[in-house]
Design a protein around this ligand. Structure first.
Ligand code: HAM
Length: 424
């Protein structure tokens, strides 16, 4: 019979993988906590309209990549391709703009879904950590979101990265630029790829980062957004850069960075890994400001900024740059019953150890002593507790230090002594 396998672009995370994910998730939660971002969990699926309105009906994400389906009542639902629109929907729905503590600083972590061509670092089900600061427009806050992302990178031991930053300006600046860009690109319409000929009318800024067209000479010489910024947008961007300078954050202004989602305004950024193992999918996290998003979804006209971090990509980089992060923590103690008769007694010892917080395991198979010592060696276990019939009879146990090859027989105060030895 033909075997059923996992869908293309998805992963099974087995023991060895989830162990690494737990380490990463703990680092992320620690950074989020330090920067005072609080977690929300929104549904994995939302009404399709939310993404069409929020992300934009001409973006690749909406036109090509969504997992959309009808439920039994014929409602169109979509597996979330990203987290910002769901977070803003929840912000509006729960009237968070009325909460005492402003701005709202939230984070989320979980699976997202995009129908893309899978490759290393690009999946159809992938995971993001995202932060959003909603309810304030402030250059400090722009910088803060970059800092929390970099703090996670630091926690993971990632150093080989680059911060790319740009501004899209406010609505007025962007509209002026859009007109100039369309006028310029119309001269080269025939030289654009098929997708870009459509983008030219609907979403011309996206032509700038088209993978097919972006290296063509006429695009390199295209008008630059930075020359169309009004005074307010220019000053705002300069303030963000000044704050980053003051904080000694290295960055590179990338005039052609536009990002793929329609809700962005003003500051946008991407942090890319420079490891060659990251290949073409090197953006670890990317985000920006989205000042019109809440209003476009029927909420108050508030500002927001945040980023999404690709967790599969973070793991790829960390395994290259800092593999020690994932060194396995062996069992504190391994219990070796020498015969079937002592297994119940061994289990009572095991339970007391666990109750005291010790990471412990006993051998359930009837194995030879030699095989059990082999197990300890292979798993780098330092302490074994050996229990034979003598120990059962006398209510004792033998604690063996496998590194120093010493052993001691313990009776009443055994637990305190074991805890003491493990601590060392
Ligand atoms: P995005 O650039 O579409 O932005 O995605 C953010 C990050 O998610 C990417 O930089 C990448 O690391 C990861 N990512 C995206 N697609 C995939 C994929 N198919 N496989 C693996 N990783 C992927 C957003 O999603 C915005 N919501 C970010 C944001 C938050 N902007 C403001 N607030």
């Amino acid at each position: 019979m033909e075997k059923i396998t996992k869908p293309r672009g998805t992963e099974d995370l087995l023991f060895e993988d989830t162990r690494k994910w737990h380490i990463m998730e703990e680092i992320i939660r620690t950074s989020a906590r330090k920067y005072n971002f609080l977690e929300i969990r929104t549904p994995i699926f939302e009404h399709t309209d939310l993404f069409v309105k929020g992300v934009g009906d001409t973006t690749d994400v909406v036109t090509k990549e969504m997992y959309t389906f009808l439920d039994k009542k014929g409602r169109s639902l979509t597996l979330r391709p990203e987290g910002t629109t769901g977070a803003i929907r929840a912000y509006i729905e729960h009237k968070m703009y009325g909460y005492d503590n402003q701005p709202i600083k939230l984070y989320y972590m979980g699976p997202m879904f995009r129908y893309e061509r899978p490759q290393k670092g690009r999946q159809r089900q992938f995971h993001q950590f995202g932060v959003e600061t909603i309810g304030i427009k402030s250059a400090q806050v722009d910088a803060e979101t970059i800092l929390v992302g970099l703090d996670v990178c630091k926690g993971m031991g990632l150093k080989n990265l680059k911060v790319l930053i740009n501004t899209l300006g406010d609505n007025e600046s962007r509209l002026k630029y859009r007109e100039a860009l369309i006028e310029y690109l119309l001269q080269y319409k025939d030289e654009l790829c098929n997708d870009c000929q459509v983008r030219l009318e609907k979403n011309p800024l996206r032509v700038l980062d088209c993978k097919i067209d972006s290296e063509k000479e006429f695009l390199v010489n295209a008008p630059k957004l930075i020359d169309y910024l009004n005074e307010e947008s220019k000053v705002y961007f300069e303030t963000v850069l000044k704050i980053l300078d003051d904080l000694n954050v290295d960055y590179e202004i990338d005039n052609r960075l536009v990002r793929g989602l329609d809700y962005y305004t003003d500051t946008i950024y991407e942090v890319v890994s420079l490891n060659k193992e990251s290949g073409a999918q090197a953006t670890l996290f990317g985000g920006g400001r989205y000042d019109g998003l809440s209003a476009s979804l029927g909420g108050p006209d508030v500002s927001g900024i945040g980023f999404g971090m690709g967790l599969e990509r973070m793991l790829i980089s960390a395994q290259v740059e800092n593999p020690e992060l994932f060194d396995e923590r062996p069992l504190d103690v391994y219990l070796m019953p020498l015969s079937n008769e002592v297994s119940s007694y061994t289990l009572t010892i095991l339970e007391q150890l666990r109750e005291a917080g010790v990471v412990a395991e006993m051998e359930y198979f009837e194995k030879s002593t030699k095989a059990m010592f082999k197990y300890c060696e292979r798993n780098k276990i330092k302490y074994a507790i050996i229990i034979g019939e003598n120990e059962l009879e006398n209510n004792t146990l033998i604690l063996k230090d496998l590194e120093n090859n010493t052993q001691e027989e313990l009776s009443e105060a055994w637990l305190e002594i074991v805890l003491e030895r493990i601590k060392k």
